[in-house]
Design a protein around this ligand. Sequence first.
Ligand SMILES: O=P(O)(O)OC[C@H]1O[C@H](O[C@H]2O[C@H](CO)[C@@H](O)[C@H](O)[C@H]2O)[C@H](O)[C@@H](O)[C@@H]1O
Length: 410
Amino acid sequence: MDVNSGHSSPVMTDSPQISNSRLTVRQNRLPPYSSSTAASQNNNLLLTVPRKKTGIIDDVKANAWLDAMIASSPTPAIVNKDNISSDATTDMTYHEWTLKYPSALNTFEKIMSVAKGKRIALFLDYDGTLSPIVEEPDAAYMSSDMRTAVQNVAKYFPTAIISGRSRAKVYEFVGLSELYYAGSHGMDIMSPAGESLNHKHLSRTVSMNEQVFIFLPFCFLQYTIRFLICDFGKFQGKDVNLFQTASEFLPMIDKVLCSLVESTKDIKGVKVEDNRFCISVHYRNVEEKNWTLVAQCVDDIIRTYPKLRLTHGRKVLEIRPVIDWDKGKAVTFLLESLGLNNCDDVLPIYVGDDRTDEDAFKVLRDGPNHGYGVLVSAVPKVSNAFYSLRDPSEVMEFMKALVTWKRSLD
Ligand SMILES: O=P(O)(O)OC[C@H]1O[C@H](O[C@H]2O[C@H](CO)[C@@H](O)[C@H](O)[C@H]2O)[C@H](O)[C@@H](O)[C@@H]1O
């Protein structure tokens, strides 16, 4: 059975709205996106949010908007046609889905038979991959066991964390200086301390003190302090390289961030997160009846910024620059920097759980740097990935298995 083809299939798709046109690309207000990223547009779901029409929110668009918001972070339980949640049905559906996206643990031997004689490069998403999804974004800590697993795997394979969060924040969570980090959906890339990014597009070298992240409730204060502490001293006496594709957008992002904080301050549960080159507006803790209000606030602000676009993550609206850059581009950049691009003896593996990770899965599936995307999901979803893992604990097992395999070769 092709679990992705049936209309009645419980398989989640990240772009049902595209196929039935209920959510549309913001063609009127945004410049055309590069054709090379047309597929990533689909994956990222550019949204048309409900607009006020003579002071009344458009019901049709509002309903579509709510559908998208509700679908943005499915719970593992799948409801069967009688609307009764059934573990057996859920297990069977998941099992059928894994025929198309096999478990990377169950097929580990097969993956390693391909990896034999090749150099593995590992790319890891953070939220939902290394840490479980939690209500409070600032509390998405990874366990110390997970940290150890990442640390061990990085001893054997070049390893990068690629996240929608700010690079500084994800570094603060992971805390391993030997890794590559790509924050803001790949728009802010940093080499490990003491190593360089050997790439023709390299921008500048800065000291590790720029990694210090101080959370302050008032964004203007946060930014003032960030610039004051920038470039003071060194971290373990070592410099790091940075590659930032969207620096010119920073003043605009700062302005929009302040406006969003102000305009949503009266909506209980909203959290506006500063991801440096992007902004996340979280509605996970907002009462569902107020979700349209959140959408309205966001749209009222970004409608005046044609150089920004809106994408949809797990109970989060993400505002980012309209540039031809995403996690897939970041993977390609890192492979080039590492001298691992277009090599037959390299096997890149990318593990992630979110829509933005699909750009990276696609690059590894279709691009010259052939590799494997591994989707982390407890529910069936349509994906560009080759393999699947159920949750972060399986991601940890997978990394341990990689280490054991590598040690067995030595
Ligand atoms: O690319 P990622 O590392 O997966 O980051 C994507 C977003 O992750 C975070 O939000 C998500 O995780 C939170 C903590 O579990 C959860 O509360 C939220 O509902 C999720 O959307 C992060 O806070 C965002 O800024 C990232 O864009």
